[in-house]
Write a new protein. Structure first.
Lengths: 334, 334
């Protein structure tokens, strides 16, 4: 059986089955944004690993290496953030063909350096290898108060579902980049969306504040697409969800984008790599969530509600949208 | 400038320069087997990242995927061991073509599972991605007593240089595998050497005991080849070294191998991936080192001595061997 027939989720399920484990220090293993392991009575370690691969996650012809470096850092920081943790120490494994220009390597590392400076984290280890194509794997270590970590599994019926920022912009940016190549970076009409794709910024401050104040029951960062990532929350929380399309926060660029409404909704619902926070919060904390968002100057939008039962219903003007909720970017499924 | 002209060491130096960092919790950053960061007053975290890449570190046609899984774990465990630490939590990032058979993935994970069970460590996170070829990156987290970590930089003139086990067998095994393909696994004459290459075993117990008892001034695991790894110790310790070829511990398989002495010395001095421990220890601790080795039933051989000055002299029957001490496996140098 070829893995493209099985899909990434199936593989991850298999792995989880294989590695059921009973170490007393493991609080959460595979199946959330990061693993959670106890360090002391009060603190825990958050560990995450991610890869960016040429031809899969980026194409060299429209991705400046500087941004590959920045993004490699941000996607890992975003995972630590989504647990409500503080990112600390980074390790990178970079593979590349031996005829790679050293200037590319320097640009890649310049991106890493600027990005870790922005997040206040530190590179403590690395590995470089020869390979047929360019790829970068990042491991990030973070810490959190053991009792304040926010899991995917905590959502409760009647919780309000929120998303930060706007949704679908990274996918929009990718469309523009695919059409226009590197020139897209100079296209003022879509500059924000293009940068959202090339240089997403992890919502560390907002996530930590939500965790610190106990405002989120469940949280995830949107990497696989809104509907699919919400699916991770609902499955692990054993609940259902209703999303209303009219509520989805769309950027001005998305609104101005000359494609039909269906296509825009598709981008907003299934487009990956926005690295926004998707979280659920009890209705009585609505004022506190909004106050926090205003104070941090971050847009937060309630887009639906957690329900009993299973599955995500996507409502568009009261009608249920026939959207396959397993959609969104999945490796190994064509 | 293409990176193959520069070489891996140059790239690592550049990275180290770029990422000089001052976080108070970072005790050791890039430049040892692992990074070392403080967790508590007494304990520290050891972090390491490594990749195994198809066509570079292994060829599919003579490497059963089960052993790729085992080796990916062992090479990381070996790094933690070389610091004198206890390996704890593993993360893996696996990339592969979408037409990979699921059986291969299962075998790979079976290897990982058996290996982590042997070492008593736990898989806590993972990532799977599509890619053009198969590769696996492992991050391992370990812990150690902050005051007992053994660095590369601690060697002192007059220290005795020891190596565990035998040297060059992994390179010998690789030669046999390259010539005979997968059938080499059934070749009883070289089975041990072939397995040393496919399934190296990290010397965790020995390394921890050396650290615990304060018997090693400096330590490294032999991954790039004896001479080159010794070079890492001498450079960082600001010392020189003399190695005597007659003292090198060779396996019976190496002795029986029908190639001339020069070739065997070449394998023993520059062959990588033995994952034996190379350490230096003051002469007055010789008895304690030997007693420990006997108790753990591990061969330990004094192969030379640390000197003032710089560079490694390799003596063969009293004559200096004209060996380029930067030799050994290096990425990006053809």
């Amino acid at each position: 059986m070829k893995i493209k027939k099985l899909g990434e989720d199936h593989i991850i399920d298999k792995i989880r089955e294989t590695f059921r484990t009973g170490h007393p220090r493991i609080i959460k293993s595979i199946g959330d944004d990061t693993s959670v392991t106890a360090i002391t009575e009060k603190r825990c370690l958050l560990l995450t690993i991610d890869s960016l691969i040429e031809g899969v996650h980026f194409k060299k012809d429209y991705t400046p290496p500087y941004y590959i470096g920045r993004k490699a850092v941000s996607i890992s920081v975003s995972d630590i953030a989504a647990m409500g943790g503080t990112p600390l120490f980074l390790l990178t494994a970079i593979s590349m063909p031996e005829d790679t220009d050293f200037e590319l390597v320097e640009e890649l590392y310049r991106g890493i350096k600027d990005s870790i400076a922005d997040y206040g984290i530190h590179l403590v280890g690395g590995n470089t290898s020869k390979a047929e194509s360019l790829s970068i794997t990042t491991t990030l270590v973070g810490e959190a108060d053991k009792h304040k970590v926010v899991y995917r599994s905590g959502a409760k019926p009647e919780d309000v579902i929120y998303i930060t920022g706007t949704t679908g912009d990274s996918a929009l940016g990718l469309e523009i980049l695919s059409e226009e190549g590197i020139a897209a970076l100079e296209n003022v009409s879509y500059r924000e969306a293009v940068l959202k794709h090339l240089n997403p910024v992890a919502r560390v401050g907002m996530a930590r504040a939500l965790a610190e104040k106990g405002l989120a029951h469940a949280m995830i960062d949107v990497s696989d697409g809104l509907v699919r990532d919400l699916g991770h929350i609902t499955e692990q929380s054993n609940v259902g969800a209703i999303i209303e399309c009219e509520r989805l926060p769309l950027s001005q660029e998305m609104l101005d984008y000359p494609r039909n409404r269906d296509h825009k909704l598709w981008l907003a619902l299934t487009g990956g790599e926005d690295y926004e926070l998707l979280f659920t919060s009890p209705p009585e904390k609505k004022d506190a969530v909004e106050l926090l968002a205003r104070r941090l100057n971050i847009r937060v939008t309630p887009i639906g509600i957690v329900t009993e039962g299973k599955g995500t219903k996507v409502l568009d003007r009261g009608e249920e949208l026939a959207i396959d909720t397993s959609q969104g970017y999945q490796h190994f499924v064509s």
